[in-house]
Design a binder for this molecule. Structure first.
Ligand code: HEM
Length: 225
């Protein structure tokens, strides 16, 4: 079992993840309408690129966009959640060792205590995000099972990893559950809302180029976001 889930299943999960993400990006940009969307992109590329970068970074920086500033509590939950889901898996020392063994790439590792704190942050933030989805009527009405599923799939590797690391219960069982949950996350990305990992950049680049060229970005005024 262990050999299978840390061997063929792991490679399959990474392959589905990368091929799925690349396919999403290709389909997104191929789907842009030549006369409606892409018009002037090639002529006014510099304005477009400037608009795209502003759009992406305004939304990556905490409180960088009007959208983030309008919802400060959600913004804090969002960043607590996303910093953890992105940093903990990559810079966890146990993962660094595995990556070095498999690929020969050495990634700087964070102290286990920091990874533990980030994991707790992910779990607390996801509870906050879930409660928000349940109690705010304007969010609840647009919440589908797919949203809750995405949240559940996202936190499963963290909850199982936390239990395995702290050796609560059967360590072997929880380690295997943790590996399977991580692989399920990778496999799910192309088929669920988790595809926003790449589609976020696609839509922000497109909207940024649009605003940077066609919707006032070429005038010396500020962007409306
Ligand atoms: C570069 C990577 C990523 C970017 C730029 C990104 C960006 C975003 C954005 C913009 C939202 C929507 C916020 C809103 O409601 O306005 C979001 C939501 C979400 N993201 Fe990510 N994300 C990334 C990676 C991830 C990863 C790796 C996971 C999971 C492991 C994840 C899980 C989620 C979940 C579950 C939500 C929904 C939260 C909710 O229910 O409101 N994201 N992300």
């Amino acid at each position: 079992m262990y050999q299978f889930i840390t061997g063929p299943l792991l490679w399959l999960s990474f392959a589905v993840f990368f091929i799925g993400c690349i396919t999403h990006v290709v389909i997104y940009f191929q789907g842009l309408d030549t006369s409606l969307d892409r018009v002037t992109y090639k002529v006014n590329t510099a304005f477009g690129v400037k608009g795209a970068l502003r759009s992406v970074f305004s939304w990556l920086i905490p409180f960088g966009s009007h959208g983030w500033r309008a919802k400060p509590i959600y913004t804090l939950l969002f960043y607590l959640f996303h910093v953890g889901v992105l940093a903990a898996p990559i810079f966890l020392s146990a993962h660094s060792i595995l990556i070095e063994r498999a690929l020969g790439i050495s990634i700087p590792a964070m102290p286990d205590a920091v990874a533990d704190a980030l994991t707790i942050g992910v779990i607390i933030a996801s509870l906050g995000i879930f409660i928000r989805r349940m109690i705010l009527p304007e969010v609840r009405i647009i919440t589908s099972r797919r949203d809750l599923l995405a949240l559940l799939i996202s936190i499963a590797p963290f909850v199982t990893g936390f239990i395995a690391y702290h050796q609560i219960g059967d360590g072997t069982f929880w380690t295997q559950m943790h590996i399977l949950a991580g692989e399920f996350l990778l496999l799910s990305v192309p088929f669920t809302k988790l595809s926003h990992i790449v589609l976020f950049f696609c839509s922000r680049i497109q909207i940024g180029m649009d605003f940077g060229i066609k919707r006032g970005g070429m005038k010396p005024s500020d962007f409306p976001w």
